[in-house]
Design a protein around this ligand. Sequence first.
Ligand SMILES: [Zn+2]
Length: 446
Amino acid sequence: MEIELCAVSGYTQVTRNMSAIRVDDEVIIIDMGMDIGMMALHETEEGNGKLLSTEQLISIGAVPDDKKIEDWKSKVKAIVLGHCHLDHIAAVRYLASKYKCPIIGTPYTIEVLKATLRDDEIRLPNRFIKIDPDSKMKLSENIILEFVTVTHSTLQCSIVVLHTEIGDIVYGNDFKFDANPVLGKTTNFLRLKEIGNSGKVIALIVESMYAHRPGHTPDELKAKDMLIDTIVNEADKEKAIFVTMFSSHIARIKSAIEAGEKIKRKVMVLGRSMAKYIRAGENAGLIKFSKSIEIGEYGSQRKRLLKELNESREKFLVVCTGGQGEPGSILDKIVNKQLPFIFKEGDLVIFSCSVIPQPINRANRERLEKILDVNRVKIYRDIHSSGHASAEDLRDIIKLLKPKHLIPSQGESFQLDALVKISEEEGYKLNKNVHLLKDGERLILN
Ligand SMILES: [Zn+2]
């Protein structure tokens, strides 16, 4: 049996993830993501849908270049999605129909994917298969898929394991180890330990985004406490309070709802994408938010709610899109006077997120903050805990799984090098059993 990895995309940048693993003459694709900074080229808050062709999106680097596995095309048995973030699933709409195989994910991931496709009226010929977190599925005579629950920054995230008779391939994009995730299950350490102790892990493909950050990534509970403290301390009758976060961060939305309860304000969620992730969570039976909050998903609903907010600032806590300053988001539209709300001096905008480290996001966010500043809005930044592993989390996963080969992914050279350094401290050696692959490169793993 021969196992080969093709690092299709996302191995030299934090973006656009796609990997393909060949086990003899069968291939499993893991993730099909887009470049988030370039998402505006493909959809806006209003859902204008497809603006460029797939070929154009590939050529500008928005979508993975799957021609790198053209010769494997007929061998693909499954497209497996580890979690629902757009840099892991958003290219499904462009690429999946080329492969005659099912798309497999946890119930939440599949709900989000289906909602996204439905919004833009895209129909794919592929079958969708939901498998529960912490369960297995036989993909073929030679390959068993397993999802192992891991904490990250959205619901039902999994470490993907492909079991074969000669050993296991483990895909750890994205994760952090969080003992207090606020919502959802914590990491299934017991199972990861078992897999590691079996001594059968041939390779671990793992993110390196925050490998340069020392220590462990703080728990989500810490972000929740910071958020609630900030809101409770700042709340007074005169102020409008806006909190913005990644739309898919359902645990953080839950924390904002709790903060709203504490200051006796009803949470108003504004933004099409945020509404979509909440509904997906409700469809998957994981949350029940919509009874206690107001949701402004479309134009008329949003306008009505914002008019109400203008008149009674003290009644609401707004949770909305715009944390990256992205054009078309709710905050962007408000400051550009495309929505009927006017910020006043002393109003509050809390950025409960980090800026995704890409130039386009930095520029968008800077532009948004400048206008908020002109309006004398008080800004809080980084009321946040990342969903990505820091140096010691990465050391822990290497120690837990004891892989024969380590393949760092999702990083530029300083991030990849930081993970190489950690692995060398754990006894690995670059180009012997640690491999830095460029997008499109292949590596035989046994
Ligand atoms: Zn993610």
